[in-house]
Design a protein around this ligand. Structure first.
Ligand code: HEC
Ligand code: HEC
Length: 294
């Protein structure tokens, strides 16, 4: 009888912890935020006119190569970097990304909105006040047809497939290093030198090697798509990736930061089976011993 009472107390305490304390702690440590919005609904008004049009690739090529390649490289189309990373960082605060893959990794609506007004689209307007302006000019003086043409061109040159690492490089590496990506702090260091990016962002963007462990999947899924939801006023821009590209970035963070995850997951069920078999033997052994005693 006494044993049963002890069991009841243990069960009651466990249930209180599981349904009472744990969810409370979780809600404090991970406040609930809306799920990722891959339709970028807040940008609908700016992009309606562009979305209604069909882009012309040939005209888009002329527009992109006469406007954008002043700052951005498009290596795959024979437009190398205008300056090395350090000089472009000194000029713009951050090394502008190569545009060869923009048509593949960014959401179409986001891209249309970003070209017209980078600060609004990336939700960083709060940083560009008191005479400070976003280093990329707004192309809101262009006709919607011209924006549609540029997007059509960027899509036409984008590769059909990209590795997770490539998506990461093109969307995050201008600001973030991920030193475990190569264990040498060499090629996976941030493209922008630390001092410059710190000046541009107000703080050094953290190395992302262990982010998958310290923040977890769920946090990253909502954070990358809208950093302001988690860190109000943060300098990190919304990066505007589409769902597929974002999944690839998170997969890359996992490859680098938690490469043993599959092994671990595989081990779990095996360990449970072992415990069950062990428990059966323990019980059999116990009952044989008691039989001898009585
Ligand atoms: C004066 C230099 C300059 C010009 C010209 C320029 N950009 Fe940019 N662009 C930048 C810089 C700098 C960034 C990075 C800004 C940041 O990360 O805060 C950037 C970022 C981008 C991004 C990444 C957006 C994101 O959310 O990650 C895209 C896409 C882009 N530019 C497209 C274009 C296109 C298309 C054109 C031509 C119509 C263009 N840019 C012209 C400097 C420029
Ligand atoms: C234009 C620069 C820039 C780009 C591009 C950028 N980040 Fe950031 N990121 C920052 C800055 C600055 C911070 C620090 C934010 C803070 O503490 O307020 C940050 C913080 C973070 C954090 C930590 C958030 C936390 O809870 O502390 C994660 C995770 C992250 N970035 C992931 C990414 C990923 C993934 C990408 C690419 C899809 C990316 N970032 C692209 C500038 C950038």
């Amino acid at each position: 009888m006494r044993e049963l009472k002890i069991l009841a107390v243990v069960v009651a305490l466990t249930l209180v912890t599981y349904w009472g304390v744990e969810p409370f702690a979780h809600s404090q440590m991970h406040p609930k935020v809306a799920p990722a919005d891959f339709e970028f609904k807040d940008l609908t008004a700016q992009t309606e006119a562009v979305e209604a049009l069909k882009g012309d690739v040939a005209n888009g090529q002329i527009l992109v190569t006469s406007n954008c390649t002043a700052c951005h490289s498009i290596e795959s189309q024979g437009f190398p970097k205008v300056m090395d990373n350090a000089s472009s960082a000194a000029a713009y605060g951050v090394t502008p990304p190569d545009l060869g893959t923009a048509g593949k990794i960014y959401n179409d609506r986001y891209l249309a909105a970003f070209i017209q007004d980078p600060a609004t689209a990336s939700q960083t307007s709060h940083k560009f006040v008191d005479g400070k302006v976003h280093p990329m000019p707004s192309y809101n003086w262009m006709q919607p047809q011209e924006i549609a043409d540029m997007i059509a061109y960027l899509k036409s040159i984008a590769p059909a497939e990209m590795t997770n690492k490539e998506v990461y490089s093109d969307s995050c590496q201008r600001c973030h290093g991920i030193k475990y990506g190569d264990m040498l702090n060499g090629t996976m260091a941030s493209f922008t030198p630390n001092d410059d990016i710190k000046k541009y962002m107000g703080k050094l963007p953290p190395d992302l090697s262990q982010m998958i462990r310290s923040r977890g999947h769920h946090y990253l899924e909502t954070f990358i798509n809208a950093p302001q939801k988690h860190l109000e006023g943060t300098a990190m821009p919304r990066v505007g990736l589409n769902e597929e590209a974002q999944a690839q970035v998170i997969a890359y963070l996992e490859e680098v930061g938690d490469s043993k995850k599959d092994e671990r997951n595989e081990l779990g069920p095996k360990f449970l089976i072992y415990l069950v078999i062990f428990a059966i033997f323990a019980w059999l052994w116990k009952s044989s011993k008691w039989r001898e005693v009585h």
